[in-house]
Design a protein around this ligand. Structure first.
Ligand SMILES: [Zn+2]
Ligand SMILES: [Zn+2]
Length: 336
C-alpha cells in the first residue's frame, strides 16, 4: 500500500496521518446521526470484538470453577499467570516479530521512521529497549494483572460483591459491556494524569516513558505501581453491580488492549489490500510530547475538556505550544 495516500512523511522519515484525530462523533453538536451510525462498526470491530472473544474463550477454557477460587491458592493463580503471559507472548510477540524484527512493511505507516533497536540507550536495562520492556512486562506488569484477576475472582466466588445474572439483568449487563471501554478511558485518564504529577512521574511513570519510540513490548513496560493501578480498572466491577465475565472483559481489554497505543504504525498491512487500523496515534503523540493525550482516542474526550488534546494537526501543535508557554510563564512568575 502507498502510505502517502493517507499521510505525509517528513525529512527524518517520520510519517503522520493526513486526517486529524477526532473524538467520538456524538460529542459534536449538532448531532450528525449518519456519522454516529458509521462510527459504531469501528467501535466494535475489530478490537473490542477481539477482547470479547478472548474473554469468552477465557471463561470457557481458562478460568477455574468458582469452588476452586473460593480459596486463595498458588495453583490457580499461577495457571492464570501462565495463560496471560503466553497469550501476550503470542499476540504482542507476533506483532513485534512481523513488523519490528522481520519489518514486513518496512516503515510504511510508521510514525517514527526509526526502529527502537537502532537506538541503544542507557535508560534501559541492558541498554536495550526491547529487553527492558520485555522483562518488565513479564516479570512486573503481567504478574500484577494476575493479582488483580485473582482478587476479583476471589471476591465473586465468595459472594463478597453482587453478582448479577444474565437471565435477570440482560439489558443492564449488555449496556455495561458496551460501557466498559468508556470506563477504561476514564480510569486510565485519571491514574495517568495522577502519575504525571512531577513527583510521581519521576518515581513511577518515567519508566514507561523511557520508550519515546514505543513498540509492542513497551505497552506493559511499567513501574509496579503503574502496573497495578492500570489493571485495577477491573476492580470497578466490584463496586458497581456487575458480573465476573464483564469484569474479565474489562481486565482483558486493559491487558491485551494496551498494545493499541504502542504499535507504532497507523495501519498494519495484514495483506496487500487489508489494512488493520491500530488507533495508536493519540497515544503515540503522548509518548512524543508527554503532556498531551492522557486518555485514549476520545471516546470520553477528557483531554479535550481539560485542554490537553492534541489532534495531530498544526493547530493541535500550536495549542500545545501555547499551553507550554503559559506554563513556563507561570513557573517563572513563581520563581520570582
Ligand atoms: Zn504508553
Ligand atoms: Zn504518560
Amino acid at each position: 500500500m502507498d502510505d502517502l495516500n493517507y499521510g505525509t512523511r517528513n525529512k527524518r522519515g517520520d510519517w503522520a496521518p493526513k486526517d486529524r484525530l477526532e473524538v467520538a462523533p456524538w460529542w459534536y453538536m449538532p448531532l450528525n446521526l449518519p456519522k454516529v451510525l458509521a462510527w459504531i462498526p469501528g467501535y466494535l470491530f475489530p478490537w473490542n470484538a477481539f477482547h470479547m472473544v478472548t474473554t469468552l474463550l477465557y471463561w470457557a477454557y481458562v478460568v477455574p470453577d468458582m469452588a476452586t477460587m473460593k480459596t486463595l491458592g498458588w495453583g490457580w493463580a499461577l495457571w492464570l499467570y501462565a495463560v496471560n503471559a503466553a497469550a501476550i507472548f503470542v499476540m504482542y510477540g507476533s506483532i513485534e516479530l512481523f513488523y519490528y524484527v522481520k519489518r514486513k512493511q518496512g516503515s510504511r505507516f510508521k510514525y517514527n521512521g526509526k526502529f527502537p533497536s537502532e537506538n541503544p540507550s542507557d535508560v534501559f536495562w541492558f541498554k536495550s529497549q526491547n529487553i527492558d520492556n520485555f522483562l518488565r512486562s513479564f516479570f512486573i506488569s503481567i504478574p500484577l494483572w494476575t493479582v488483580v484477576e485473582v482478587g476479583m475472582f476471589y471476591a465473586f466466588a465468595n459472594g463478597y460483591v453482587p453478582w448479577l445474572s444474565w437471565a435477570d439483568h440482560p439489558v443492564y449487563l449488555a449496556a455495561l459491556v458496551l460501557l466498559c471501554p468508556a470506563i477504561h478511558e476514564v480510569h486510565f485518564f485519571c491514574i495517568h494524569r495522577l502519575i504525571h504529577i512531577p513527583v510521581f512521574y519521576k518515581w513511577i511513570h518515567s519508566v514507561h516513558h523511557n520508550s519515546i519510540n514505543p513498540s509492542p513490548w513497551s505497552s506493559l513496560s511499567m513501574h509496579p505501581v503503574e502496573g497495578f493501578l492500570y489493571h485495577a480498572v477491573a476492580l470497578w466491577h466490584l463496586v458497581i453491580p456487575s458480573n465476573p465475565i464483564i469484569a474479565l472483559f474489562q481486565l482483558n481489554s486493559a491487558g491485551f488492549g494496551a498494545v493499541n497505543g504502542h504499535i507504532g504504525f497507523d495501519k498494519l498491512e495484514l495483506t496487500e489490500n487489508t489494512p488493520l487500523t491500530t488507533h495508536a496515534y493519540a497515544h503515540y503523540l503522548h509518548h512524543k510530547y508527554f503532556e498531551v493525550n492522557y486518555g485514549g482516542d476520545g471516546l470520553i474526550p477528557l483531554d479535550k475538556w481539560f485542554g490537553s488534546w492534541h489532534d495531530g494537526s498544526k493547530d493541535g501543535d500550536a495549542m500545545m505550544q501555547a499551553r507550554f508557554e503559559k506554563k513556563k510563564a507561570r513557573l517563572n512568575a513563581k520563581a520570582q
